[in-house]
Ligand binder design. Structure first.
Ligand code: SF4
Ligand code: FES
Length: 249
């Protein structure tokens, strides 16, 4: 049984219906060696202040819903431990670059629209309906996209991305990584549709290669790599347009 100590958790609070501006509220929380930041927030909710609002579900880095800023770093609160900050206090805030719905819960509307814009599903070629038959892939073909399929939509990469912070029209890391996940799949024939998203001003060229998205990603998706690969694809597409106008490929 590990010893109980206490740590001060300072939470950003904001209820838009009643508060004029966000403010910070501090809570002293007893914790044990194995307690996560999420469990600290749950302690506050259960024992100190039932009005504190935050999202969570799986508690095991799978659902992607518990993302927040801890001492200015985007993290999954279920995967971040209070022991690593003690004896200093910690500051917990909603993910940067998103509007606040309430306290630590952000409005994800913008991201969901971007996700939809990249056609995040397999688009078969015309006349290529396998019916009930399986579509076999080699291990190498699976490896081409498997890493990009690990995204849990936690949005840490958007909170870490200075370009998204400056211009929220930028499609952003996770949506572009998911776009690449389907383009890299041997069963997909939707590249032309997605190329419009890639080539758009707010597509891959909105990225300035900072790379923080890949640094903070808890699932090692490496969105920066996906974006770089699509900058190459976009450049090739630009030159191919001169040789073969669209519709004649
Ligand atoms: S790419 Fe990584 S950091 Fe970004 S949403 Fe997906 S899992 Fe989260
Ligand atoms: S609670 Fe699901 S990822 Fe943290």
């Amino acid at each position: 049984m590990s010893q109980t100590r206490t740590i001060v958790i300072e939470c950003l609070r904001f209820h838009p219906e009643t508060d004029e501006a966000p403010y910070y509220q501090s809570y002293e929380v007893p914790f044990t060696e194995e307690m996560s930041v999420l469990e600290g927030l749950q302690y506050i909710k259960d024992h100190l202040d039932g009005t504190l609002t935050f999202r969570w579900s799986c508690r095991m880095a799978i659902c992607g819903s518990c993302g927040c800023m801890v001492n200015d770093e985007p993290v999954l609160s279920c995967q971040t431990f209070l022991r690593d900050y003690h004896p200093a206090r910690i500051r917990v805030e909603p993910l940067a670059h998103f509007p606040i719905l309430r306290d630590l819960a952000i409005d994800q509307t913008d991201f969901l629209a971007k996700l939809e814009s990249v056609h995040p599903y397999l688009i078969p070629s015309t006349g290529d309906d396998p019916g009930d038959q399986p579509r076999h892939q080699t291990p190498d073909q699976v490896q081409d996209y498997l890493g990009y399929a690990q995204c849990i939509n936690c949005l840490l990469c958007y909170a870490a991305c200075p370009q998204y912070g400056l211009n929220d029209a930028f499609t952003g890391p996770a949506a572009l990584a998911l776009l690449h996940r389907y383009n890299a799949d041997s069963r997909d024939a939707g590249k032309d549709q997605r190329m419009e998203v890639i080539n758009a001003e707010e597509g891959v060229w909105g990225c300035t290669l900072v790379g923080e998205c890949s640094e903070v990603c808890p699932k090692h998706v490496d969105p920066a790599r996906a974006i770089n690969q699509n900058k190459i694809a976009s450049t090739q597409d630009y030159f191919l347009r001169f040789l073969k106008p669209r519709g004649r490929r």
